[in-house]
Design a binder for this molecule. Structure first.
Ligand code: ZN
Length: 238
């Protein structure tokens, strides 16, 4: 009996904690069977599948000279066109303070990676944002995604291994070459940098656009002694 009461209380609390409407389509969220807290199952199922990891890697390779590419493989969960509803999700994740959305999607990334197999990873590193931006937003969205992946794959996150030492301009309006210049020497090792020596690293971010930021991070990680850097992002901009 007591257990049932506790269960009811817990369910009510969960109901209170969960929002009433889907972040993408605004449908009322009532079913407890849905996979995510903030997105309805229909929206989740309608998200566009990304190009295969091979195609993604080819796309990345075209943006860098062979010697400059520090990333071994790349995985994205969703293809995001500029006007697609998923962009609304990305916006919420970044600017509306809905950090739980990142964890939800991170878990989905983890499940998909597990399903694809060959998860040979030791540590997860979220792409760092400048501490001034963390102050603005309250959290780093890449860190929330990394947290979800970490829960599913049972791989630790090391958020102090890499730091962003410069406050960079927003990359949104820059060309591929400008993006590459914008992030040169932006990252350096942090207090936990020794934790990545000889490790297979999974580098995590919200969007893969040209890969300039991701590759800059990966280069620094290899310089710090990482064995290999694979990348996972929530979305790939197409
Ligand atoms: Zn929806």
């Amino acid at each position: 009996m007591k257990l049932q009461v506790l269960q009811t209380v817990l369910n009510s609390l969960r109901e209170l904690a969960s929002p009433l409407h889907c972040e993408v389509c605004s449908t009322y969220l009532s079913k407890r069977t849905r996979r995510m807290l903030y997105v309805c199952d229909a929206c989740l199922d309608s998200l566009e599948a990304p190009p295969s990891p091979n195609e993604l890697f080819n796309r990345l390779s075209r943006n860098f000279a062979q010697d400059d590419l520090s990333i071994s493989s790349i995985f994205s969960l969703i293809a995001a066109e500029h006007s697609a509803p998923i962009m609304e999700v990305m916006y919420s994740l970044k600017y509306r303070g809905i950090s739980r959305l990142g964890v939800d999607f991170g878990r989905e990334i983890g499940e998909t990676m597990k399903h694809l197999g060959n998860v040979n990873l030791d540590v997860i590193i979220p792409v760092p944002i400048h501490h001034a931006r963390v102050r603005e937003r309250g959290y780093n969205q890449a860190e929330r995604i990394a947290f979800g992946i970490s829960q599913v794959l049972s791989i630790p996150i090391e958020k102090d291994a890499l730091v962003r030492s410069r406050y960079t301009l927003s990359q949104t309006k820059l060309s591929a070459i400008e993006r590459e210049k914008n992030v040169v020497d932006v990252f350096r090792g942090g207090t936990a940098k020794s934790k990545i020596i000889n490790k297979n690293v999974l580098l995590v971010d919200d969007v893969f656009t040209t890969g300039a930021t991701l590759n800059s991070c990966a280069t620094t990680l290899l310089e710090l002694g990482a064995k290999k850097v694979d990348v996972a992002t929530l979305a790939v901009a197409i």
